[in-house]
Design a binder for this molecule. Structure first.
Ligand code: ADP
Ligand code: MG
Length: 363
């Protein structure tokens, strides 16, 4: 098992006046699966290229197992890279494609053959060794690109949207494959995607990027349930966001007043500090919005849409309570008669532990 730790210290990249990556620090543990997640243009590929040595930083340092590689050429970094376009050599057989990095490293023929066969086993495609890339499906080609990367056993693997070109079903399947390979090899992986579900499924930690900087770094659960900003709450899936004012802080618990309704309520913090009097947003995830038939509670609304997407039923709710935004509730779909109808009146609520306070970034 080969794997290395990675340390990025105040790494910065500019193109002319444009800051593609503001000074950024990040530690990736040996064997960790870390995902850089963020919208297009947020600096994910820039960060990955700097780590790989395919671009050079204006400032900062990169350390692999405490060795400074900031100025080392790409080939000397013991890093494997897998891109979205598989970049297989079309005129070479699959086994020659996979053996190519071993040839470059002057590995003896017998050993190269053994390792190539092993890599093909790892990606579950031993039977395609003699074929050419054009004779494989997109998913198979992406597995071969992965095999060509793991065959020389790099201590760190970087993947830039490797599943971006595949359809949804294949992507789901490949996510599991990559996770399995990660478990088997124990290699450190830095993975790039703009797909929040993919990041949530695969990662030990997610580094959410926004405009060339880290917005939040943590476990998928941290980012999903304790977002530090409205940007994070929005990016990590659906959320209901209500305006409120903090009245009192006691540890992680907050007394709040919902701004529009002047209704007293409770919320939990998101790991950062809040002050009495501060205007905040309160996030309630759709699965935590509790709906009950017949309005009568403090908050009420009417169903405007019911969407059943397989396992989940989503209710879109137009508030009757003045000042509430449109809300969404999500619950497991149950077989049998649909209990919800458009126009139906509901009362709305949530448990205090599911109402998360977020500093109001003014969005
Ligand atoms: N070679 C380049 N020259 C000028 N601007 C660049 C170059 N490469 C990237 N950028 C800019 O840097 C920003 C970050 O790009 P990138 O890291 O590719 O984003 P992401 O991978 O998150 O979509 C983008 O606005 C992009 O246009
Ligand atoms: Mg990119």
């Amino acid at each position: 098992m080969v794997s290395s730790s990675l340390r990025i210290h105040e790494l910065c990249k500019r193109y002319g006046d444009f800051v593609a990556l503001a000074p950024t620090s990040l530690d990736v543990a040996k064997g960790e699966f870390l995902t850089l997640l963020g919208p297009s243009g947020s600096g994910k590929t820039t960060m990955l290229s700097l780590i790989a040595g395919l671009a050079h930083p204006d400032e900062g340092r990169i350390l692999i197992d405490d060795t400074d590689v900031t100025h080392s050429p790409a080939y000397a970094r013991d890093i494997g890279v897998v891109f979205q376009n598989y970049a297989l050599f079309p005129h070479m057989t699959i086994e020659d494609n996979i053996a190519f990095p071993l040839k470059m490293r002057k590995v003896a023929d017998a050993e190269a053959r053994r390792r190539t066969a092993e890599a093909l086993e790892t990606v579950h495609l031993p039977h395609v060794a003699k074929r050419y890339p054009r004779e494989l499906s997109g998913g198979q080609q992406q597995r071969i690109a992965l095999a060509r990367c793991i065959v020389y056993r790099p201590a760190i693997i970087l993947m830039d949207e490797p599943l971006g070109a595949l359809d949804k079903k294949l992507r789901d399947q490949m996510q599991l494959e990559i996770k399995r390979i990660h478990r088997e090899l124990g290699t450190t992986i830095v993975y790039v995607t703009h797909d929040q579900e993919e990041a949530m499924t695969m990662s030990d930690r997610i580094c959410l990027m926004n405009a060339g900087a880290i917005e939040q770094l943590g476990t998928p659960q941290d980012l999903y349930f304790r977002p530090r900003s409205v940007f994070v709450a929005d990016f990590l899936g659906e959320s209901n966001l209500l305006s409120a004012i903090v009245r009192r802080v006691d540890g992680e618990g907050l007394d709040i007043v919902l701004t529009e309704q002047a209704a007293a309520s409770r919320a939990v913090g998101n790991g950062s500090r809040f002050a009495a009097g501060e205007p905040i947003k309160v996030m309630v995830r759709p699965q935590n919005l509790v709906v009950a038939e017949a309005g009568g509670g403090q908050l009420s609304g009417r169903i405007t849409d019911v969407m059943i997407s397989g396992s989940l039923t989503r209710l879109y709710i137009a508030p009757e309570t003045v000042g509430l935004p449109q809300l969404v509730a999500a619950h497991p779909t149950r077989s049998g008669s649909a209990p919800y109808e458009i126009g139906q009146r509901l009362s709305l609520g949530w448990h205090a532990a599911d109402a998360v306070a977020i500093h109001d970034g003014g969005i």
